[in-house]
Design a protein around this ligand. Structure first.
Ligand SMILES: [Zn+2]
Length: 383
C-alpha cells in the first residue's frame, strides 16, 4: 500500500502533474513543463523519458528561442474525447484526441428549447456518426463533455432554472446522455465551456486568469482563476447577466428589474430596432448591417457595449482578470462593440485593475463551447 509522501506516491503525483500540463497545453517543451509544474529539469527529463517509453507521450525535436528543444505532446491514440454542445438553436458535436487534434466536427440546427428527448436523440445519432467517421470504437472514448445553455445545479445535476429551457424541466442532462451513449458524461453551462475553449484553444492560451463573457439571447460569464473554472458551491458563479444596472428598469426573466441582460440580451436589442427596421431581424443580421454602416444598428450595438462594459468594470474590480474575452453573436461586431466596452471599463473600473486588463474578441466563434467541452474532459475526466 502506498502512503502519502512515500517515494512512489510522490513520483505518481509528479507524473500526473506533467501529464496534466501537457494535456491542457497540447504540446510543451521540457523547459516549459518545468516552469509550469515547478519541477526540476532533471525530474521532468526522467518523467518524460518514462512516459515516452510507455508510449503515452511523443517527443519531437523543435526550437525554442533559437535553441534546440524537445517538444512533448500526448500520443494521438492515448484516448478519444467527445464534446456535445446544445445552443438554443443548434447542436454541435466534436470528436478529438488528447493531442488536441479535432478529428471530426459537425453542427446542425435544432430547436433545443422544444423537447429534451428529441435533442438527446439527435446528439446520440451525431456522436455515433462522427465516431464512425474517425474509425475509433466507442470503447476508446475517455469521456464526453456536455454543454447546455443554462446554469446547472451542482447537487442534483439538473438545470438550475426552468425558465431558460422549459422543455428540459426535471432532466439531469449528464445522466440522460450518459444512459444513451453508455459513456461517462460531465456537464457544464455554455459560458464555462466557452471560457475553457478559449483558454485551451483560443484567445486565452497561456493565461491563468480570464473571464469569458457570452452575449447571445442571455448573458453569462465563465471565470478562470489559477487555470481552473471557478463555479462556486452552487454552480452559479459568473451570472453577470443578472447584476443590477437599473432598479426600476424592465423586469428580467430572473424576477429582478433592470439586470444587465434586460439591456443587452438579443430580445432587447432587436426590440429597439423594431419600429425602424424590416421585420425578421436577428443579431447576426444586425451585426452585418452595422458593419455596412447602418447607423441605427451601430447605435444599439454601441449602447449594448457600454452596458456590458459596466458589468466588465465590476468584474474587473472584483477579480482583476488579465483578459476579458467576448463571445456569442454580438462579439462578431468586433470593435463596434469592443471599443464602447473598453471606454466603460476605463470610466468605471479601478485604474490599477483596468490597466492590466485587455478586452478582446474570442477567436473560436461558435466553436468555443464544443471545444471547451473537449477541454472539460481533458481537464477533469482523465486520470
Ligand atoms: Zn435578471
Amino acid at each position: 500500500m502506498e502512503t502519502p509522501g512515500s517515494q512512489s506516491s510522490l513520483h505518481r503525483a509528479n507524473l500526473e502533474r506533467v501529464l496534466k500540463a501537457v494535456r491542457m497545453a497540447g504540446s510543451l517543451t521540457q523547459a516549459e513543463i518545468a516552469r509550469s509544474t515547478g519541477l526540476s529539469a532533471a525530474t521532468v527529463s526522467n518523467i518524460v523519458r518514462e512516459l515516452s517509453e510507455a508510449g503515452t507521450v511523443v517527443v519531437t525535436p523543435t526550437s525554442s528561442g533559437g535553441r534546440r528543444a524537445r517538444s512533448v505532446s500526448l500520443s494521438g491514440d492515448a484516448g478519444i474525447v467527445v464534446g456535445v454542445d446544445f445552443g438554443h438553436t443548434h447542436l454541435r458535436v466534436a470528436v478529438g484526441n488528447l493531442a488536441h487534434r479535432v478529428l471530426a466536427e459537425e453542427s446542425e440546427p435544432i430547436d433545443t428549447d422544444a423537447s429534451a428527448d428529441e435533442g438527446f436523440g439527435r446528439a446520440e445519432t451525431l456522436v455515433a456518426r462522427l465516431l464512425e467517421q474517425t474509425g475509433f470504437a466507442p470503447g476508446k472514448v475517455i469521456g464526453v463533455g456536455l454543454g447546455v445553455p443554462g446554469p446547472i445545479d451542482v447537487e442534483t445535476g439538473a438545470l438550475g432554472s426552468t425558465a431558460i429551457l422549459p422543455g428540459w424541466t426535471g432532466i439531469a442532462p449528464a445522466h440522460e446522455l450518459s444512459q444513451r451513449l453508455g459513456m461517462p458524461v460531465r456537464v457544464d453551462n455554455d459560458a464555462n465551456l466557452g471560457a475553457l475553449g478559449e483558454l485551451v484553444w483560443g484567445a486565452g492560451r497561456g493565461l491563468g486568469d480570464l473571464a469569458y463573457i457570452k452575449v447571445s439571447s442571455g448573458v453569462g460569464a465563465g471565470l478562470v482563476i489559477n487555470g481552473q473554472i471557478y463555479r462556486g458551491p452552487g454552480g452559479t458563479a459568473g451570472e453577470i447577466g443578472h447584476i443590477t444596472l437599473d432598479e426600476s428598469g424592465p423586469v428580467c426573466r430572473c424576477g429582478n428589474r433592470g439586470c444587465l441582460e434586460t439591456f443587452v440580451g438579443a430580445r432587447h436589442v432587436l426590440g429597439l430596432l423594431q419600429a425602424s427596421h424590416e421585420p425578421g431581424l436577428t443579431i447576426p443580421k444586425v451585426v452585418q448591417l452595422a458593419q455596412r454602416g447602418d447607423l441605427g444598428c451601430r447605435r444599439v450595438i454601441a449602447d449594448a457595449g457600454r452596458q456590458i462594459g459596466t458589468g466588465v468594470a465590476n468584474l474587473c474590480n472584483l477579480l482583476n482578470p488579465r483578459r476579458v474575452i467576448l463571445g456569442g453573436d454580438l462579439a462578431e461586431a468586433g470593435d463596434l462593440v469592443l471599443d464602447p466596452i473598453r471606454e466603460s471599463v476605463a470610466r468605471y473600473a479601478i485604474p490599477s485593475a483596468a490597466r492590466q486588463l485587455s478586452v478582446v474578441p474570442g477567436t473560436l466563434g461558435g466553436r468555443a463551447e464544443v471545444l471547451g467541452a473537449l477541454a472539460l474532459v481533458m481537464s477533469e475526466m482523465v486520470d
